[in-house]
Design a protein around this ligand. Structure first.
Ligand SMILES: *Cc1c(COP(=O)(O)O)cnc(C)c1O
Length: 454
């Protein structure tokens, strides 16, 4: 029996534009606000922190298609297209009639989808004469991707890594240093924000929120240095749409179209990257595709958060963003999916969720590793702990198909591999991991600090 498992595009078939869903959305995301005046921000207001082109893309509600610069496309071709794979092994293990496909974003040497946005962000910085970039990183995938991309375009790179994950995943800082970046655990004593946090809470494990505050402070106080972000913001999801645009062509090669599109959810970039190109057919042509974002149940902003204007970081340095949030002070449990420990959702996905175009599901930590191990044993790829959440959500859907007999086509994003996360797998196999839940009281308490705007 011969059956095709893998669908790959030729270099000349790789998309040459990104898709900006903001242009097609019926209800546009609400604008980011100046935290002092509550005035809507213009792109120019973001120029002091971000590359100008990224700031323009962030607020672009007009152009659905944005050209990928030649230089970026050239670097994309080092590792793209990424394969679309039919997960026959997983289907058989579940015994489901569903057809399960995954887009494998783990095949580049950095090991996750993050490099898709690191390259254009560094390119745009270089193009306007910036010499230094800085950022935060959780589990370290973004920091690793940025360190590499900075090197490619000849920029210096400084990374603040969430302290707890720096210890959980020591090899990621080795990777960043190998590419020539400097790496600090956050909260650190090297910034005002870090010192303030440590003074209030000396054992603070760090969060993406604390690391973002430190990186923004460094960008604002260092000449010719820009801040970059690996998730949450709209221009990051824009760059990630290369995933879904490729997948659309590859699904056509397989002669199928997804009924259900699934990705794990930290701030929304790999979800948006895979989902938005398919969602455009839902918005423009009324296609009946279901979109599911899988978040950890210990950080449930989509399923239990509140839609409000909130800060993107712990110290209130960012503009106010309209998002589903658990409150910018929310301290997520120390789960191993470090990339999903973020208090808020990007503004585009927040609006789409509010409008019922997608839904969130929450996955307990143990279920995510159960799913990851089944996937590893059936497909031969050890998934990133973040990606395990997408796999768990996929298995739930495939099991529903088993019960109903429906032959649904499910597409999920394998956002990264877990080869540098093996201590997490060891803990799971040794029985040392547990589930964390968040009480309603906790959520109410943290939401009290959300600024009163809406
Ligand atoms: C960062 C990361 C995520 C979460 O971020 P999103 O912006 O929500 O995609 C998920 N998976 C992997 C492998 C990551 O590195």
């Amino acid at each position: 029996m011969s059956r095709q498992k893998k669908f790959i595009l030729q270099e000349n078939e790789i998309p040459t534009q990104w898709y900006n869903i903001q242009a097609d959305m019926v209800n546009k995301p609400l604008p980011p606000l100046n935290p002092g005046t509550h005035e809507p921000l213009k792109a120019e207001d973001l120029f002091p922190i971000f590359a100008e082109e990224c700031a323009r893309q962030e607020l672009d509600m007009e152009h659905p298609w944005i050209d990928i610069p030649e230089e970026v496309l050239d670097k994309y071709k080092n590792y793209r297209s990424t394969p679309l794979v039919r997960a026959y092994g997983l289907e058989e293990a579940i015994g489901t009639p569903a057809h399960i496909y995954f887009k494998n974003e783990s095949t580049n040497p950095l090991g996750s989808h993050k490099v898709n946005s690191a390259l254009p962000q560094c390119y745009y910085c270089k193009q306007q004469g910036v010499t230094n970039v800085t950022t935060e990183t959780g589990a370290g995938q973004w920091g690793a991707a940025l360190s590499y991309a900075a090197r490619v375009f000849g920029l210096e790179c400084a990374v603040y890594q969430v302290k707890i994950t720096m210890h959980q995943k020591p090899y990621r800082s080795s990777i960043m240093r190998t590419f020539g970046a400097t790496v600090e655990g956050s909260p650190s004593m090297s910034t005002r924000a870090g010192k303030d946090i440590i003074t209030r809470d000396p054992t603070h494990p760090g969060s993406l929120g604390t690391a973002i505050s430190e990186a923004i402070e460094l960008a604002m106080t260092t000449p010719n240095c820009k801040y970059t972000l690996g998730s949450v913001l709209s221009h990051v999801s824009l760059h990630q749409t290369i995933i879904g645009l490729e997948a659309e062509k590859q699904m056509a090669m397989a002669g199928e179209y997804p009924d259900t599109v699934i990705a794990c959810f930290g701030g929304g970039s790999n979800f948006g990257g895979l989902a938005f190109p398919f969602m455009r057919h839902k918005i423009l042509e009324g296609k009946n595709t279901e979109f599911i974002a899988a978040e950890p149940n210990s950080c449930p902003k989509l399923t239990r958060g509140k839609f409000a204007y909130d800060f993107g970081d712990a110290s209130g340095y960012t503009p106010l963003l309209p998002m589903y949030t658990l409150g910018h002070d929310f301290k997520p449990a120390n789960i191993h999916a470090g990339g999903l420990r973020y208090h808020g959702a990007g503004t585009i996905v927040s609006q789409l969720l509010k409008d019922g175009l997608m839904k969130g599901v929450d996955i307990p930590q143990l279920e995510s590793f159960d799913a990851g191990i089944l996937f590893a044993r059936t497909e031969g790829i050890i998934p990133a702990p973040e990606s395990c959440h997408a796999i768990a959500a996929t298995i739930r859907e495939a099991q529903k198909c088993k019960e109903s007999g429906e032959e649904k086509v499910i597409l999920f994003n394998l956002s990264g591999h877990g080869l540098i996360d093996m201590p997490s797998y060891d803990s799971y196999i040794n029985g040392d991991l547990r589930n964390y839940s968040v009480t309603d009281e906790d959520i109410t308490r943290f939401l009290q600090d959300v600024p009163k705007v809406l």
